[in-house]
Design a protein around this ligand. Sequence first.
Ligand code: NAP
Length: 246
Amino acid sequence: MKALITGATSGIGEAIAVNLHELGYELVITGRREERLAKLVDRLEGHRVSSHTLDVTDDVAISEVVAAAGEVDVLVNNAGGALGLASAQEAQLSDWLTMIATNITGLTVLTHALLPQMVRRGSGIIINLGSVAGEFPYPGGNVYGATKAYVRQFSLNLKADLAGTGVRVTDIEPGMVGDTEFSLVRFNHDADRAASVYDNMTALKPADIADLVRYIVTLPSHVNINTVSLMPVDQGFGPFNVARQS
Ligand SMILES: NC(=O)c1ccc[n+]([C@@H]2O[C@H](COP(=O)([O-])OP(=O)(O)OC[C@H]3O[C@@H](n4cnc5c(N)ncnc54)[C@H](OP(=O)(O)O)[C@@H]3O)[C@@H](O)[C@H]2O)c1
């Protein structure tokens, strides 16, 4: 069995790679940072793992990686993230476009490239990393949340089309996951601001998401988990905000 994972260079993607490797999967690990990929290959002792530097916003690179990967049983569309937490009226357009290109277009192009072989074989699992931000709005979540809403609905619509093909699709929608670079990237590598997000609370760990992936891929082939929403016990939902006249 072979798994292709995007964004395996840190956080959730790296944990999923380690977990699937333990489960006996041959891995195709990808990400933009070559040195991180090399480190993970070392950690896995180079055993049943190939790595490819891949920016998921590069369509040509995606088709090259897909051609090199061969038959893929599990696709984990994990690469992505949030850029900034500014309100819509103050956000950088370039941040919005990067999130759309990565979280939406990259995931879509890679899925489109791998679907035919899965359907031909009559088996395969696509696991997408959505977010609770795709369902619940919060101030500053604007385009990030919208990209994850796309991931949620795309996953469900894939499921609709793939019924009867043997191909399974799951959208995993986590709340706050610590020990990742998510907040570091969101806050433009401001380490203090990133760390403060997880102050005095216990966030989910990448291993929690990886355990969920392990569960999903070891289910009997007639079972499809459509959507999984999970949060730290310490996280909840915000109240509606009300702009009051003074
Ligand atoms: N952490 C959370 O609280 C949380 C909650 C809900 C959902 N998620 C989602 O979980 C996924 C993983 O995030 P994480 O928390 O593990 O954050 P992370 O540690 O920052 O990991 C993000 C990964 O995505 C890769 N990536 C980013 N842009 C890319 C691009 N253009 N091409 C290829 N790879 C790219 C990064 O690798 P390179 O930089 O090496 O390319 C990195 O491996 C994301 O989709 C995120 O939206 C995270």
